[in-house]
Design a protein. Structure first.
Lengths: 61, 171
């Protein structure tokens, strides 16, 4: 969703190009979404801690 | 560009969420002071309202839907911050996603390098973790692409002290 008169300021070339994301227009089931969350969970907290460290390093630089 | 439509019977935020969650087209409802103020209906993957109708939408609550089941797009969030709204809901078939403006205001400018850097960093990490599941054949690429924005925003909003939640839809 976007205003017709206002283009996104985010540069998709920087890595967040959601226009390239594939979709069949159907939502995942609750069961499947929770399965994916369960599969990810062991790594999510670790990834977040790394992210916090990276943010801290970026702010110091 | 999609013109505003006459108001319908979705006279509360929750009714609007229930009304659009299963729609195969994208919608946007704007609620001002608890009442439906604007309504738009777009295509399967976009709704493009004319900005000229958005006078006085500051502090409003928006309800938008994603037939794909995905969380907010970057454009959704940029538009919400630009319009300085107070709450934003994405309705999908099985979940709703909500983000709320902090008491001190959004305080996010996507033109700033540091905000873009963080957004791209959150994207990289979410993609990296989901890609590990793709490589192990535990999820498909299509499933990764549907779920990735939820994990991007989970990280991004948490780091910015902004309330964001994925809530299972009550039937």
């Amino acid at each position: 969703m976007e205003f017709s008169t206002k283009k996104s300021k985010c540069n998709p070339n920087k890595g967040l190009d959601d226009s390239s994301l594939r979709s069949d227009g159907k939502a995942l089931s609750v069961k499947r979404s929770k399965e994916i969350e369960k599969l990810l969970k062991p790594n999510l907290d670790k990834a977040f801690r790394e992210l916090v460290f990276d943010v801290s390093s970026y702010k110091k630089a | 560009m999609h013109p505003p439509l006459p108001k319908d019977n979705a006279n509360t935020v929750e009714k609007a969420i229930q009304k659009v969650k299963d729609d195969f087209l994208e919608n946007l409802y704007v609620f001002r002071n608890g009442k439906q103020f604007l309504r738009f209906r777009g295509t399967e993957n976009s709704v493009i309202p004319d900005e000229k109708y958005f006078i006085g939408v500051e502090d409003s609550i928006w309800v938008h839907n994603h037939p794909s089941g995905s969380s907010f797009s970057v454009e959704d969030i940029e538009m919400a911050i630009y319009s300085n709204i107070s709450e934003f809901y994405i309705a999908t078939e099985n979940f709703k996603y909500v983000v709320k403006r902090p008491k001190g205001g959004w305080n996010l400018d996507f033109e700033k390098d540091e905000v873009n850097w963080l957004l791209n960093k959150c994207h990289s990490i979410a993609k990296q973790e989901l890609d590990k599941l793709v490589v192990r054949n535990e999820i498909s690429i299509l499933e990764r692409d549907k779920e990735i924005f939820h994990y991007i925003w989970s990280y991004f909003f948490q780091l910015n002290g902004i309330f964001y939640k994925k809530i299972e839809m009550q039937s």
